[in-house]
Design a protein around this ligand. Structure first.
Ligand SMILES: [Mg+2]
Ligand SMILES: [Zn+2]
Length: 178
């Protein structure tokens, strides 16, 4: 868990999802999930690189105005294609994750994908990157679908951020991470 680069899904991880059948496109529709800002701030202060990899375009500006909260994103990547275009980037395809890794300059083995949906986990696996679930958005449903022990799951981004930083502290003090 001592990761140096966290690749985040957006809807259901950072912000509340739009009602079924609609999309978060306007900054006014963007509402942070509990724990998301605190988790981002914790990771940012610890020097962890933060990327967002989302299937949905838009709301980039809302995402980037994090400075007042002590957080910042290093990169926001999104798939600009329609679902029926069969592109290589729309999750569960691995392209967005691979692009986030390539742009970061940090090894895939030091990176982790954080998502709430099965397609996030599948994209991570296909890109050769570790993955974790948050129980926000579709996360609880996804966890139930997968059964336990499939991937580590955390209540929200703040809990996951604390686990990553605790593992880093263990590693730097010479203790074996769990
Ligand atoms: Mg999601
Ligand atoms: Zn695409």
């Amino acid at each position: 868990m001592g990761f140096r680069h966290v690749i985040l899904d957006r809807d259901g991880v950072l912000n509340y999802e739009a009602p079924e059948g609609s999309y978060v496109r306007e900054p006014s529709q963007f509402r942070w999930l509990p724990g998301a800002l605190a988790g981002l701030a914790l990771l940012h202060r610890a020097g962890v690189r933060l990327s967002v990899a989302t299937n949905q375009a838009g709301v980039g500006r809302g995402l980037m105005s994090l400075a007042p909260h002590g957080a910042a994103l290093d990169a926001v990547l999104y798939c600009p294609h329609a679902p029926d275009e069969q592109c290589a980037c729309r999750k569960p395809a691995p392209g967005l994750i691979q692009a986030a890794v390539a742009r970061s300059g940090i090894a895939a083995s030091d990176s982790i994908v954080v998502g709430d949906d099965r397609r996030d986990l599948e994209a991570a696996e296909r890109a050769g990157v570790a993955a974790a679930l948050v129980r926000t958005g579709k996360g609880r449903r996804t966890e139930a679908l997968l059964g336990n022990a499939a991937v580590p799951a955390y209540d929200d981004l703040h809990e996951l951020a604390r686990a990553i930083l605790a593992a880093r502290a263990d590693a730097s003090s010479g203790r074996e991470p769990e």
